[in-house]
Design a protein around this ligand. Structure first.
Ligand SMILES: *[C@@H]1O[C@H](CO)[C@@H](O)[C@H](O)[C@H]1NC(C)=O
Ligand SMILES: *[C@@H]1O[C@H](CO)[C@@H](O)[C@H](O)[C@H]1NC(C)=O
Ligand SMILES: *[C@@H]1O[C@H](CO)[C@@H](O)[C@H](O)[C@H]1NC(C)=O
Length: 330
C-alpha cells in the first residue's frame, strides 16, 4: 500500500513540477540542468578547462592533449570544460563532419579524458552549422560530447553556468566582414539577449551551491590580443557581481591568464591555449595593476579542484609544467 502511495506521489510530482518550476517572474525560465554527482564523500570535484582547440592536432593541440591526459589522471578529474572555438576555422559543417573525429575524438584519447566534456560555443563555431554542433547525434559518435547554448551543471560543491556569449558581441552583426554566422534560433537578437540574461539572473539567484562558476567563450577582463569585451562588461558583469560569482572562465584570447575583479572577489580566468597561440600582442596598461596576477602568451590549460570550503587552481604550459597556481577559501 505504502509502495502504491509513493508511486502516486511520484507521478503527481512529475505532472506538477514542470508547471511550478517553469513559472517564474518576468517570463524568466531556469536554465536546463545536468547533474554530475561527486564521487567523493565531501562533494569535492575537479576538472580541466581548455579552449580554442580543434585544429586536427596541429599547432601543438596534440601535445596539449597529452599533457591534459597526465594531469587529468593525477587529479582523477570528473569532467572537462571547453570554453569554445571547438572547431576551426568554421565550426562543424554537419553532424557527420570528419573534424569531430580528427579534432576531438582522435586527439583527446587519454583514459583520464574519457569523461564527459561540457562545451560552450565560440564565434568560430558560429561560422559553421551551429545546430549540428548542438545536435544530440554527436553524442552517438562520441558519448563524451555535451554542448548546449545555455545550461547549468550541478557538480558537487559547485554550480557551473555555461553561457553562449557570441550573440552578445555587436561587431559580428555590424561588421562581419567575410564571415558568415549561423544565427538560426538566435534572432531576433534583442529578445535572445534579454531572455538569456533574465534566465541567468534567476538561475544564479536560486543557486545554493557553495561555489558559483560561469563559463563563456568571450573575455570579460583580458590583456590578451582581444582584450576586454565591452558587451560582457555591460551585460554580464553586473549580474555576476550581484550574485557573487566566484570565477568566470573563458577562452577567445589564445593564452592563459588570471585577473581578479577590482570590486568584490571574482576571478577572471582565461584558458584559450588549446592549440594555436603566441599572438605576441599584449594590451599592457589595460589592467596593469594589482588585479593582474598572471599572463602566459602560449599554449596550455587550467585545472580546478573544488571542495566545499576551498578551491585550488593551476595553469599548465604546453609541456605540462605548472606556471601559476593559487588557492581560494570560503
Ligand atoms: C609548440 O610548443 C613548443 C614548446 O614546446 C614551441 O616552441 C612551439 O613554438 C610550439 N609550436 C606552435 C606551432 O605553436
Ligand atoms: C535580477 O533579478 C533581481 C531580482 O529579481 C532584479 O532585481 C534585477 O533587476 C535583475 N537583474 C537583471 C539584470 O535582470
Ligand atoms: C605595464 O606592465 C608592463 C610589464 O610589467 C610594463 O612593461 C609596461 O610598461 C606597463 N605599462 C604601463 C602603462 O604602466
Amino acid at each position: 500500500m505504502a509502495h502504491l502511495f509513493y508511486n502516486f506521489l511520484f507521478i503527481w510530482h512529475l505532472l506538477l513540477m514542470p508547471c511550478f518550476s517553469l513559472r517564474l517572474p518576468n517570463n524568466a525560465v531556469e536554465l536546463s540542468r545536468i547533474k554530475h554527482r561527486s564521487k567523493r564523500y565531501d562533494d569535492s570535484i575537479s576538472f580541466l578547462a581548455v579552449g580554442d582547440w580543434g585544429r586536427n592536432g596541429n599547432f601543438n593541440q596534440s601535445i596539449v592533449a597529452t599533457q591534459m591526459g597526465y594531469v587529468g589522471k593525477k587529479l582523477g578529474i570528473d569532467f572537462v570544460v571547453s570554453t569554445g572555438d571547438n572547431f576551426y576555422d568554421d565550426g562543424l559543417k554537419g553532424e557527420d563532419d570528419r573534424a569531430f573525429k580528427t579534432s576531438f575524438s582522435n586527439i583527446y584519447t587519454a583514459k583520464s579524458l574519457r569523461k564527459p566534456w561540457f562545451s560552450v560555443l565560440g564565434n568560430h563555431d558560429y561560422q559553421g552549422n551551429v545546430e549540428a554542433q548542438l545536435s544530440p547525434a554527436l553524442k552517438k559518435r562520441d558519448k563524451r560530447w555535451n554542448c548546449k547554448r545555455n545550461f547549468i551543471l550541478e557538480a558537487g560543491s559547485a554550480d557551473i553556468f555555461f553561457v553562449d556569449t557570441t550573440p552578445f558581441v555587436q561587431k559580428y552583426f555590424d561588421n562581419p566582414k567575410k564571415q558568415v554566422f549561423d544565427w538560426r534560433n538566435v534572432l531576433p537578437r534583442d529578445r535572445y539577449m534579454s531572455s538569456t540574461l533574465k534566465n541567468m539572473n534567476v538561475s544564479l539567484e536560486h543557486s545554493k551551491a557553495p561555489w558559483k562558476i560561469v563559463v563563456g567563450h568571450h573575455t570579460i577582463r583580458s590583456i590578451g590580443y582581444h582584450g576586454d569585451t565591452q558587451e560582457m562588461i555591460d551585460h554580464f558583469l553586473p549580474i555576476l557581481e550581484a550574485h557573487k560569482v566566484d570565477m568566470y572562465i573563458n577562452g577567445h584570447d589564445h593564452c592563459l591568464q588570471h585577473l581578479s575583479n577590482e570590486r568584490g572577489s571574482m576571478q577572471f580566468l582565461t584558458s584559450g591555449g588549446g592549440s594555436k597561440a603566441w599572438k605576441n600582442k599584449i594590451h599592457y596598461g589595460l589592467h596593469n595593476d594589482s588585479s593582474m596576477h598572471f599572463y602566459h602568451d602560449g599554449q596550455g590549460f587550467l585545472s580546478v579542484e573544488i571542495a566545499r570550503d576551498k578551491a585550488k587552481l593551476e595553469f599548465y604550459d604546453v609541456s605540462g609544467r605548472t606556471i601559476h597556481r593559487f588557492k581560494l577559501e570560503k
